[in-house]
Each structure stands twice: as structure tokens, then as C-alpha cells.
Design a protein around this ligand. Structure first.
Ligand SMILES: NC(=O)c1ccc[n+]([C@@H]2O[C@H](COP(=O)([O-])OP(=O)(O)OC[C@H]3O[C@@H](n4cnc5c(N)ncnc54)[C@H](OP(=O)(O)O)[C@@H]3O)[C@@H](O)[C@H]2O)c1
Length: 331
């Protein structure tokens, strides 16, 4: 009898202490749910504030906010071309920089005819490294550069293993994706600081968000740009300069022609024109954004993934893109 008494006593005691654990667990659960609810509300608010409201209100006067001229590197095709046109539609004069003189002249003329702004072109190859910058500096002298769009960027022929890259390709990635942004900022920022206004847009990539296998050197160069932009903003925002890290996901341009799927515009893969139209409206509003609402949804989902899951998923996706591209390539 005594044994039964002590057993039921024991059960009662366990029940009492379990209640305490259950209450603690319930409290943790409630706090976690509240945090997730708040995050979700905040993300939804950010999405609306950034991607929808600016498109409803009057367009910002970029000339007044930042200055008369914008420099767009890699401005003859893809995102750069349409970003330049979007700026020109807001009456900003445009300086286009890329390698091909004919393409530069044709686009500059098209911009003059369509938007009635001034244009200038600079023919250069950013992969050449430090030797090209004195002539760019001379060409920009005397112009009030209000906006710098560091758009130029190169990728591999298709996603691939790091050891498949040539040494030349690695230097090209470093000189074009990292070197150009550093040198261009170093060139135009002092003038902006003097005038106490200016905006710098550095085009990164979704591959900067987490380590992305089969895009190793490219994604690392884009992570560099993302950190560079964010630190630069903290350094120069007090002096009136706005720095934006723009983080697109896939966009159908020359850069994505290695894949049949990515080179066609689709629900998640906008055209460069559509992307630029959205991205320009975020200028001056968000210092770190994808620039496009559907990409922001992908970004928000991506940020909750643990690193191993992101790496696992992107490895599989990039490997199938690699295989698609190698099979497509004529032998
Ligand atoms: N497309 C995407 O899915 C995607 C996604 C995320 C991030 N991004 C980034 O967005 C930026 C623009 O990409 P995009 O897709 O628009 O590329 P794109 O269509 O290939 O355009 C690249 C531009 O850069 C110029 N360019 C290339 N190499 C150059 C060099 N060595 N020197 C001077 N100019 C050079 C090209 O003109 P010339 O050939 O006439 O010189 C062209 O105007 C890049 O930084 C890219 O990393 C793209």
C-alpha cells in the first residue's frame, strides 16, 4: 500500500513539474510565433513600401536630388542599358561606358533622340585593370556626376567548378566585378562629397547572400560588392551620399544565355527593361534591395534557409544549368 501511495505521489510530482516545463515551452512557442508574425508583417510592409508605393506617387526628381549626370558602366546591354534609359527618362544626362564604340554611339544617339538629354560615351575595357582609369578620369572631368551605377559585371560561360576557370577569367572577374566599382567610386565620390549629394548603385547578385557553389568566384565578387556598398553607406550617408546594394536574382540578358530557361522572360525572370523600371524606383529609398518585388519575395524566403540548405539547393540548380549548357554547346 505504501509503495502504491509513493508511486501516485511520484506521478503527481512529475505532473506538477511537467506543467512548469509545458508552460515554459508554451511561452517559448508563443514568443517564437509572435516574432515570426512580426517578421512576416515587417517583410510585407517593406515589400509594399519599397516596390508598390513609389510606383503610385510622383517620380522623384533625380537631377535635383543627386545631380545632372549619371555614369553607367557596362551600359550598352542588359540591365545597364535599360537602367540608363530609365534615368534618362527622368532627365538625367547619361555617360555610358563599355567596350564597343558602335554600340555605345548607337545607344547614346537613341537616348538623345528619345529623352532629349545630353549623353557622352567612354570606350574602355575594365578587364585591363589599373591602366584604364586615368583616361576615364580625364573624360569625366568637369561633369557634375550625381549618380554612379556600377553595373559592369562578368560571369563564367555557365556555372562551373572553380578549377575549370582559366587564370585569365579569374583576373577578369576580379578586375571587372571588383576593381571597376572600387576605382569608379574612388573617382567620383570626392565630387559628390563636395556637393553634399550623390547616389552610388553597386549591382551585386543574389549569389552574394550565401555561399553559392559552382559560382564560387562570381558569388564571392558579388558578396564583396554587397559589403563594400553597405560599409560605404555607413561611411558617407552623413555627408549626404546614398549608396545602394542592388541584388537582382535571374534576369534575361546576355549573361544568362547559357540556359534556355533563363534567357527567356518568365514570371520569376524579368526582362532587363522591366527590371530596370522597378529598380530605379527604389533609388534613394532602400540601401539594400533586390530592386524587383518578385525577387524580394525570393530573397526573403532565401534568408530563412540555413547555409547548408542554400548550398545544397544552389549546387543542384547550378549543376543542372552546367549540364544543360555543356550539352547545348556545339562540339
Ligand atoms: N542577368 C542576371 O541574371 C544578373 C543577375 C544578378 C546580377 N547581375 C549583374 O548585373 C550586371 C549587369 O549584368 P547583365 O546581365 O545586364 O549583363 P550583360 O547583358 O552581359 O551586359 C554587360 C554589359 O557590360 C559590358 N561589359 C562587359 N564586359 C566589359 C568590360 N570588360 N569592360 C567594359 N564593359 C564591359 C557589356 O558591353 P560590351 O560587351 O559592349 O563591352 C554590356 O554593356 C552585372 O554586374 C551582373 O553580374 C545580372
Amino acid at each position: 500500500m505504501a509503495a502504491v501511495d509513493s508511486f501516485s505521489l511520484l506521478l503527481r510530482e512529475i505532473g506538477r513539474s511537467c506543467n512548469c516545463y509545458m508552460e515554459t515551452l508554451a511561452l517559448i512557442g508563443a514568443l517564437y510565433t509572435a516574432k515570426m508574425g512580426f517578421t512576416l508583417m515587417n517583410d510585407t510592409y517593406t515589400l509594399i513600401r519599397l516596390h508598390f508605393i513609389p510606383r503610385l506617387v510622383k517620380r522623384a526628381d533625380l537631377v535635383k536630388l543627386y545631380g545632372k549626370w549619371a555614369v553607367v558602366t557596362g551600359g550598352t546591354s542588359g540591365i545597364g542599358k535599360y537602367y540608363a534609359k530609365e534615368l534618362a527618362s527622368r532627365k538625367v544626362n547619361i555617360i555610358l561606358i563599355s567596350r564597343n564604340q558602335e554600340k555605345l554611339e548607337a545607344l547614346a544617339q537613341e537616348i538623345v533622340n528619345t529623352y532629349k538629354v545630353e549623353t557622352a560615351i567612354i570606350v574602355t575595357d575594365f578587364s585591363k585593370g589599373s591602366e584604364i582609369y586615368p583616361s576615364i578620369e580625364r573624360a569625366l572631368a568637369g561633369k557634375e556626376i550625381g549618380i554612379l551605377v556600377n553595373n559592369v559585371g562578368v560571369f563564367y560561360t555557365h556555372p562551373d567548378y572553380f578549377t575549370s576557370l582559366t587564370q585569365d577569367k579569374i583576373w577578369e572577374l576580379i578586375n571587372v566585378n571588383i576593381g571597376a566599382a572600387n576605382m569608379m567610386v574612388h573617382m567620383v565620390l570626392p565630387g559628390m562629397v563636395q556637393r553634399k549629394k550623390g547616389a552610388i548603385v553597386n549591382i551585386s547578385s543574389m549569389s552574394c547572400c550565401q555561399p553559392t557553389p559552382l559560382m564560387t568566384a562570381y558569388s564571392a565578387s558579388k558578396a564583396y560588392l554587397d559589403h563594400f556598398s553597405r560599409a560605404l553607406h555607413y561611411e558617407y550617408a552623413p555627408q549626404g551620399i546614398f549608396v545602394q546594394s542592388l541584388i537582382p536574382f535571374f534576369i534575361s540578358t546576355n549573361l544568362t544565355t547559357y540556359s534556355r530557361h533563363l534567357s527567356k522572360k518568365s514570371f520569376l525572370v524579368p526582362s532587363a527593361e522591366e527590371y530596370a523600371r522597378h529598380a530605379v524606383t527604389t533609388l534613394g529609398i532602400s540601401r539594400r534591395t533586390t530592386g524587383y518585388w518578385l525577387h524580394t519575395i525570393q530573397f526573403l524566403l532565401g534568408q530563412y534557409l540555413p547555409e547548408w540548405l542554400w548550398a545544397w539547393g544552389t549546387y543542384r540548380m547550378n549543376n543542372s544549368l552546367r549540364l544543360e549548357a555543356t550539352l547545348q554547346r556545339p562540339h
